[in-house]
Structure formats: C-alpha cells, structure tokens
Design a protein around this ligand. Sequence first.
Ligand SMILES: Cc1cc2nc3c(=O)[nH]c(=O)nc-3n(C[C@H](O)[C@H](O)[C@H](O)COP(=O)(O)O)c2cc1C
Length: 239
Amino acid sequence: MKRRKVCALICSAAAAMALAACGNSQETQQTDTQPEDTQQETQTESQSDAGQTSETGTGGSNILIAYFSVPETDGTDAEAGASRVVVDGQVMGNNEYIAQLIQQQTGGDLFAIETEEEYPGSHDDLLEYAYEEKSEDARPALAGQIDNLDNYDTIFLGYPNWNADLPMPLYTFLEEYDLSGKTIIPFTTHGGSGFSRTIDTIAELEPDAQVEEDGLAISRNAVPDAEGEVTDWVGGLGI
Ligand SMILES: Cc1cc2nc3c(=O)[nH]c(=O)nc-3n(C[C@H](O)[C@H](O)[C@H](O)COP(=O)(O)O)c2cc1C
C-alpha cells in the first residue's frame, strides 16, 4: 500500500516535470527566432511591422506592404522631384512614403526590403551602382526577413523603376519568397517610364500568385501630392 502511494507520488511528479519542460521548449522556440535586442522591441513596439519583430508584427492583418526604396541624399529637393519626401521632418524614399500611405489606409503590416550592402545615397553613385548590378544580373543579399508570411494573403509590393526593370533586390526577394496562392498588388514610383514590364516579370517569378495588373504607378514629381490618388486607388481595389 505504502509502496503504491510512493509510486503514485513519483509518477505525478514526473508528469509535472514533463509538462513544465514542454512549456519551456515552446517558449524557447518562439523567442529564439529573434535576436535579443529585437525581442525587447517586440514587447514594446506598437507599430505594425512584419520584419524581425514577427511576433507583434502581425497586428492581426492579412495584408502586407513590402517595399524597396532608396532615398537619395543629394540633388534636387522633394518639391522638384527628388527621390525623397519629407513629412513632418522625416525623410523618406518615394516608395517608402507611398507604402506608409497604403499602410494607413489598410492597416496592413509594413516590411522594408533592405539589402545587406547599403546603397550609395548620392544620385550618380547610385545610378552607377544599380547599373552594374543589373549588368551582372546580381542578386543582392537581403537583410531581415518576413517571419510570418503565412499570415498574409494580400501583398502590396512597392519599388522604384530602375533601368526600366525591377531593382535587383526585388529579384532576390521574389526568388526567396514563395508567394503562391497570394495576391500581389504592385506599386511603383518612376521618372517617366511607369512600370515598364515589371508587372509581367513579377508574374513570371511568382507563377502561382495572382498578380494584380492594375497596379499604381506614380511619377516621382507627383509623389509629395499623391495622398488622394493613393486613397482612391486603394479604395477601388475592394479589399
Ligand atoms: C538607379 C536608378 C535607375 C532609374 N531608372 C529609371 C528608369 O529606367 N525609368 C524611370 O522612369 N525612372 C528611373 N529612375 C527614377 C526612379 O524610379 C525614381 O526616382 C523613384 O521615384 C525612386 O524611388 P525611391 O525614392 O523609392 O527609391 C531611376 C532611378 C535610379 C536611382
């Protein structure tokens, strides 16, 4: 009798330990996916962001706004059509600004497509750098990643027209992420060429995604005043 009681005690203690270990391992899996400093951000950050801050980045939305944008640091000012916009003292690239407008309207999560190697800020250096990347058919390594891609079924994808093509980091992005079954809605800013044939290229790289052909192309000269146009376009998408 006594022996049976001892056995029961040992068994329940073992079960309790197993349960505790299970709980711990789950916690580790969730937090180990992020470096320590971003875990801190994750707990305090309120803005939607699908990047390294994946746990809180979801914001419950099924819409992701992924964009690539390189604000130039020299040349003409924003009003005269430079590749940057200044809003409340904050300097943004043109596509970054449009992405923020879409985010405000849709409540989606923002993800900046960034490269490990930073692009030159000055216009001439940037032109040369990008031209070389294109002629080498380069796939620049990306920094950061979308950890919660399954949460999204609609992806706004924004980028500048570079050399009548997608910037090469967009090739990396579209080859790295399988967007099958998702709806991709492109938007671009440009110096006169519109999308060129970039929407077709996106469809070729993501053959099992539904790529919206009626994307939004905004001339860089019109970017600072584009809020109304963006609002109308997003409103007309029926999402
Ligand atoms: C390297 C480079 C190449 C470009 N090539 C083109 C082009 O072929 N056609 C065009 O219309 N605009 C071109 N532009 C202009 C950009 O598309 C335009 O400035 C865009 O708004 C920049 O967006 P961002 O500030 O988000 O990077 C080019 C700009 C750069 C820096």
